[in-house]
Design a protein around this ligand. Sequence first.
Ligand code: A2P
Length: 273
Amino acid sequence: MNGINPSSVHDFPLVTAETSDAVRVLDVHHWTDRLFSFSVERPPSFRFRSGEFVMIGLLNESDRPLLRAYSIASPFWDETLSFYSIKVEDGPLTSRLQHISAGDYIIMKTKPVGTLVLDALLPGRRLYLISTGTGVAPFASLLRDPDVYDQFDEVILTHTCREVSELGFSADLINRTQTDLLVGEEAIKKLTYYPTTTREASNRMGRVTNLIESGALFEDLGCTAFNVETDRVMICGSMNMNMDMKSLCLAAGLSEGANSEPGHFVVEKAFVG
Ligand code: A2P
């Protein structure tokens, strides 16, 4: 098959191999009725830093690219590029993108950007990766970057979702990271997975922000609250979670970092639509 085949295929021009910036879809996995991931062929000259995002999309009815930001969810050394997406029923892009299958083409702009990169953090000992929903995607790249384990003694991935089934992607990620040839051994020693749910019973319930505020997260991990000397934080999720986490970091005396000026924490929103 050549090109996307959504239900409303007649309303939209197809992306084909000849479309500017076209990449071929290799694999699609539907995690729940709201979440899916997919991988595409990596353009040979494409380079990125773990944690960065690119613009991805399809063509609109005027034959113009309709693009959204997607964090790369695969490691920088991988031959393919993976992405993790929500399905928004009336979302201009994801209502159609969710119908892609292997062999289709989508558009990917090859200019990676973003602040969830190691370069934007000052050196530290403990790295917190705090996510909700599809915000875990950039951490799927970072967790398989050997530099993360070289630079930090402890790495904690938190993932908060409404329901247990929505944790499937991160549970699988942890599994793949721990069995990874490159980082597996280090990950087993240094990586802690901290999943929580908010609307369905599970082993750990509650918003990660509340668990940080109450001290429950630190108690569970057996460590002290955020410490400016040792702790670094990367945040990626819904706008509200990002704002609440940012307040918690600032209250703990951490400063926000950027590519141009590294700091103690960095924030990126998980993009939807
Ligand atoms: P909640 O169920 O209490 O709203 P969504 O699916 O809406 O993007 O949410 C993903 C997860 O993020 C949900 O578990 C949700 O919890 C949680 N969440 C939403 N807002 C915040 C926030 N301000 N701080 C922490 N977690 C949040």
